[in-house]
Design a protein around this ligand. Structure first.
Ligand code: SF4
Length: 155
């Protein structure tokens, strides 16, 4: 039975050092949400990622995300896809030790609905692992690329 992890907004994942990568659409959305020009957003809040393939959000001096403010995500409504996808579409071994998301067993249909609600992604036609609590491939903390394409369903 698939396990859906219900995020409790503990913000632990916002405090791990790492990379949150952004695509053009996310840059546009966040800049608009902040009511600043995209160029200003890019200059003030992003840097070239380690693979030099795109932009990532800046971190605070302690490694936390630049948008973690007063114990909460200050861009929650427009947060990057990478943040929305954790821990249901990517995670790493033993992530439960630091993430307070509540595991919930549910049927595949409900799981797909909950993932769509949490991430905005549709799992239609994608394989859902019925037995594992983890993504199929161990992934580093906030290091891209983070989402491994799921296998197609066999039927
Ligand atoms: S995904 Fe997990 S670590 Fe991140 S805020 Fe939600 S409960 Fe906390």
């Amino acid at each position: 039975m698939p396990v859906f992890y219900a995020c409790q907004r503990c913000t632990a994942c916002c405090q791990w050092p790492g990379q949150v990568t952004l695509d053009d659409r996310e840059i546009r959305l966040i800049a608009r949400f902040m009511r600043i020009e995209e160029t200003e957003f890019i200059e003030q809040y992003t840097h070239l990622n380690t693979t030099r393939s795109g932009l990532s959000l800046n971190n605070q001096a302690n490694g936390a995300c630049v948008f973690l403010k007063q114990g909460d995500c200050s861009i929650q409504n427009v947060k990057p896809q990478q943040c929305k996808d954790f821990p249901n579409l990517w995670n790493f071994p033993d992530f439960e030790n630091i993430c307070q998301a509540v595991p919930m067993d549910m049927d595949t249909k409900t799981f797909r609905e909950q993932v769509a609600k949490a991430t905005g992604r549709s799992l239609h036609g994608k394989h859902v692992d019925e037995g594992s609590h983890h993504a199929e491939q161990p992934l580093s903390l906030r290091k891209g690329p983070l989402l491994k394409p799921l296998k197609k369903q066999k039927d």
